[in-house]
Structures are given as C-alpha cells and as structure tokens.
Write a protein that binds this ligand. Sequence first.
Ligand code: ATP
Length: 275
Amino acid sequence: MSENCSHDCGSCSADCSSRSPQNMIEQPNKESRIDKVIGVVSGKGGVGKSMISSMLAVNLQRKGHHTAIMDADVTGPSIPKAFGITEHAIGTDTVIYPVESKTGIQTMSVNLLLEDSNDPVIWRGPVIAGTVKQFWTDVLWKDVDYMIVDMPPGTGDVPLTVFQSLPVDGIVIVTSPQELVSMIVGKAVRMAQMMNIPILGIIENMSYVECPDCGKQIHIFGESHVDEVAKQYNLPVLGRIPMTAEIAAASDAGNVEELQGNWFDDAVAAIEKLS
Ligand SMILES: Nc1ncnc2c1ncn2[C@@H]1O[C@H](COP(=O)(O)OP(=O)(O)OP(=O)(O)O)[C@@H](O)[C@H]1O
C-alpha cells in the first residue's frame, strides 16, 4: 500500500493487498439484464479496435445472442458511424434508452447524446470516466447476453474505470503488425492481471492484404510477431484480419452489419465459452 493511500482505489492503480476490485463494481440500472461483459482493448489508436468491437457484436447477434455495444471511447466515438446510426438516444429522468442498430444490437455512445455528433468532447478524465460509469448504471440495457465494451486505447483513466466498475468477464486485445506488439500486449496483460480479469486472446488486425489475382497474402507491414507474443503470454491468437477495401468501406458507410467473412469465428467461440 502507498504511504499516501487515501483508500480511494478508484483513483489509484496500485496492486496492493488492500485492493478489492469486486467491491467497486457498480450496479447496473435495476431493469437492465446484462449477462457477459467483454472489453476490447488496444495499445494505441487506429489499429481497428472499434471495427473489431463492431464485428464481434455483429457476429454474436447473427448467432442469435442478444448483443449490445457500449462505446467507452468517449473522445473518439466510432460505433454509431460504423452502424450508420444517426438518431439520438432518448431518456427519462431516471433512465437512458440505448439505440438499436438495424439488426437489433443495443448501442450507447456519447455521440448519441451530443446535439451535433461532430462536436468534440473536451472533458477532463474524471468526467469521461464518470460518463462511462453512467453508461452502465443509467442506461436500460434490455436482456443482453453479451455486451461488447469498445475501450479507449491505452491503459488510462477510462480503461481503469471500466475494469473497476463493470463486471468484465474477459478482454480481447487488438494489435496490428506495425505495433510494438510485445510491449503493448505486455501492458494489457499486466493491467488485466492486476484487475483479475481473464484475457480471452489476441486479434491481429490489418494482418495482410490478399492479392485479388492470385490470393497470395502480402504482409505489407512486415512479418507478424503475434504468434511469438501470444506464446510468451500463453494466450491464443483469436484471429488475423486482413486489410480489405470492403471492411474500410463498410465502416465508413455505416454498413458493418452487412460485412461477411469467417474471420471472427474463433473470437466468437471464445466469447461463447464464457457462458
Ligand atoms: N481490417 C481493416 N481493413 C480496412 N480498413 C480497416 C480495417 N480495420 C480498420 N479499418 C479502418 O481503419 C480506421 C480505424 O479503425 P477504427 O476506428 O476501428 O480504429 P480504432 O483502433 O478504434 O481507433 P481509435 O482508437 O483511434 O478510435 C477506420 O476507418 C476503419 O474503417
């Protein structure tokens, strides 16, 4: 325990004996039902974490599970755009209702609450972290089998809040071949261990480009090191997602629910095993 311990574990990440993460878990809205919560994390921005979060939700929903996405990336919210959601969330004095995507995935994002979704969110860390907490406590999540939480990149205030306040059942780490994979995975692993949260595995995005003529996989960022790193931390690789024009176009046009492909099968199976 730190000499200056204020006994407020919410503002401290020290791995000490007096930490009891379970005690800090917030209660969801009393009418919500949320079974499993899966966090999607990455070491830095732009590796495709939001795209992967969206596709995990899309594939789980396709398999008949009631699915939700919480966009905890408050300053860089991308979920409504990926799903083509333009309406605002509505609420009463006591609850906020999530907005449903075309296939019925329940979504909540700060962009659904802003008057103009182009407005920047210029809030300090504790306000952002408080917003994410409210997404859990004040939103009425109806009958959710799997909630995917799209985390902001890194290991800052908001991931810490999510890990401490939400009963996260597992995390998926997203990397890309050009990242310093070993260091980034190492940090995510350590954070999850400190919070006692299981790691389901690693997904490598933008792994390769496939030649449209011969089908050869071209590793434009160089050979991947994800296998070595996965072995080092004893984690499975849950997917290698190619860089494709279809993926880019679908997330830009709000059509992620129309994307086909079996790239997420292993990750979905790992999530389903949580039940
Ligand atoms: N496999 C892929 N193939 C093609 N485009 C992709 C792929 N993955 C992601 N993209 C595109 O890259 C951009 C960044 O992706 P995304 O928003 O999911 O990243 P992110 O890691 O969530 O970023 P941030 O954390 O900065 O919000 C998006 O325009 C997305 O459509």
